[in-house]
Design a protein around this ligand. Structure first.
Ligand code: XMP
Length: 563
């Protein structure tokens, strides 16, 4: 944080994503094996040599917390992947799972076509932990009885542990607060199981058998179960015997090997934007193959003040990377002339980016691979879009994919990482903290923060206001606490008075939100004195602006960006 407050001007952004809509492979191992032309997947992107490889596979029964389970397991330094509940053994064997977790889910075992676990789960070869619906499916499939709700249990509950010797509860207090969220519950545990914990409303809240099968009705993965992480750690270490060798250092070393093997003598291009993901992916690949990587950095004229220079300097001067810098600000502006519809803006910016990227790539001669900063949540989201299609509010990934004629193969070394893991990789690779910790910034940049038609003059006004805002946010040491903070230039003009003069200036909106994942967000309760400083400075330092308002709406019903 100290770095950031010393260099308050740095506010670079997220990558303009170059997404493809191709099918998502379930596992990096398979992908690498394929890329290597059939070489056995002895090493792969999880960062663990084949001999020591271990993982916990989470089978997804549809809970909103499923991905969180994988994340918690990785916090125990054990690699974890989330896969569909009916994934056959052949598709997970290469991960060498030491244990399997069946997630919660919205179904009832009595529904027609209720999701149930594949048979290999119950063969007793690997420890299994069923969470919430996972416990109910286990009960149902192994001859116990699940009953429909008499009393629903939702929220905090006290769990009493009756089997204090159970390895699952090693070191856990006898009575702990847990998070419950279920209708159905287990009425009779399956033969061979013992009840090991209860709550007031759920007499059978946890169960276990001799074959290391466990069921728990509560959710250990959420923060509302304060000792939940301990319980998951117990499962991973005491029950499954994992060593915990999945570290960021290992990941980097193994990724470097995998990238070298994948690329051979080939050429790779990447699109650099100054955002975290593209920065980390480019640095990682650069570390593996040096100048076989060329980064293309397009200035679309829609970035914030000093962002272009800082990004360029970091990559070219500090990291010595091969960068083609394209100053295309005028091209983008020309195409945005007269456009007021936000979706139109996104489309135009996406298209123009592709044109430029392709033009530059063609100049390089034969290129084999395109590097992309796809992250694990993107992979999971794309893999499940069929079932969870929701109404399109905004086209976030403005670039629909590169033209097929470019015939580039994808290289996506971060596709199995969470954002916080990507940041750790970035830091370990020596990227500056201010770059690794930057807030997300949309691909269309300031074009969707200038309301209505975009012009050079308006962009400059917005840059000045935004620069002041970010400066104050960093000075108040709030930058990392906020998911995003930025200024918006509206089309509204209002009357003011400065000195003895009447003014008629622009209205600037300030947006600052907290969020976990941008799906929902709350407006940040910024201290009044910070707001006062922001407002005073903007009006004093940006002559075209004479009024500042603070946006106090959450998402939903609003969105984070104004357009
Ligand atoms: P909204 O405004 O939908 O934004 O609440 C959620 C998150 O997505 C970012 N965002 C975009 N990112 N291209 C992007 O790459 C876009 O067109 C785009 N629109 C919104 C926004 O900044 C927030 O983090």
């Amino acid at each position: 944080m100290s770095n950031e407050s010393e260099t308050p001007k740095q506010i670079p952004g997220e990558p303009m994503r170059v997404k493809t809509s191709g099918d998502i492979e379930v596992s990096a191992y398979l992908e690498i094996a394929k890329e290597k032309g059939g070489v056995a997947p002895s090493r792969a992107l999880t960062g663990i040599p084949a001999v020591e490889r271990e993982s916990i596979v989470v089978l997804d029964f549809g809970s909103q917390y499923s991905l969180l389970i994988a994340r918690r397991i990785r916090e125990c330094n054990v690699y974890s992947e989330l896969l569909p509940y009916d994934t056959p053994w052949e598709k997970i064997a290469h991960l060498n799972p030491k244990g399997i977790i069946m997630s919660g889910g919205p179904s009832s075992v009595y529904e027609e076509n209720a999701p149930l676990a594949p048979a290999y789960i119950y063969e007793g070869k690997i420890p299994v932990l069923g969470i919430c619906y996972g416990m109910q499916a286990m009960t149902h499939q192994l001859g116990g009885k699940v009953s429909p709700p008499t009393k629903r249990e939702y929220g905090h509950t006290v769990l009493h542990i009756s089997d204090r010797h159970s390895p699952l509860f090693a070191g856990i207090d006898e009575a702990i607060t847990v998070w419950m969220s279920h209708g159905d519950s287990v009425e009779r545990i399956p033969p061979g199981f013992n009840a090991i914990a209860h709550t007031e409303n759920t007499p059978l809240a946890a169960m276990a058998n001799e074959k290391k099968m466990y069921g728990i009705q509560f959710h250990p993965e959420v923060v509302h179960t304060p000792q939940g992480k301990e319980i998951l750690k117990n499962f991973v270490t005491h029950v499954c015997g994992c060593k915990g060798n999945w570290t960021i250092g290992n990941f980097i070393n193994e990724s470097i090997d995998a990238i070298k093997a994948q690329v051979g003598n080939g050429k790779v291009i990447s699109a650099l934007s100054g955002g975290v993901d593209s920065a980390v992916v480019s640095s990682l690949i650069h570390k593996a193959i040096g100048n076989q990587l060329t980064c293309i950095f397009v200035n679309n004229g829609l970035l914030r003040r000093e962002e272009v220079e800082r990004t360029f300097n970091t990559f070219r001067l500090n990291l010595g990377m091969n960068i083609i810098f394209v100053d295309a600000a005028d091209r983008f502006l020309a195409r945005l002339k007269g456009i007021i519809d936000p979706e139109q803006k996104r489309k135009i910016i996406g298209e123009e980016f592709i044109h430029i990227f392709e033009e530059e790539a063609n100049k390089l001669g034969k290129v084999d691979f395109l590097a992309q900063g796809t992250l694990y949540p993107d992979v999971i989201e794309s893999a499940s879009t069929g079932s969870t299609a929701s109404a399109k509010i905004k086209t976030h990934h403005n670039v629909g994919g590169l033209p097929a004629r470019m015939k580039l193969r994808l290289i996506e070394p971060l596709r199995f990482l969470f954002k916080d893991e990507v940041r750790k990789v970035g830091l370990e690779l020596g990227l500056p903290e201010e770059m690794v910790w930057r807030q997300p910034f949309p691909g269309p940049g300031l074009a969707i923060r200038v309301i209505g038609e975009v012009s050079k003059e308006k962009l400059e006004i917005l840059r000045s206001a935004d620069f002041v805002l970010m400066n104050e946010i960093k000075r108040a040491k709030l930058y990392r606490e906020l998911w995003q903070s930025f200024a918006v230039l509206t089309e509204v003009r209002s009357v003011g008075v400065m000195g003895d003069h009447r003014t008629y200036g622009f209205l600037v909106g300030i947006r600052a939100v907290t969020s976990e994942d941008a799906m929902t967000a709350d407006w940040a309760r910024l201290p009044y004195d910070v707001l006062a400083r922001i407002s005073n400075r903007i009006v004093n330092e940006v002559p075209e602006v004479n009024r500042v308002v603070y946006d106090i709406t959450s998402k939903p019903p609003s969105t984070i960006e104004w357009e």
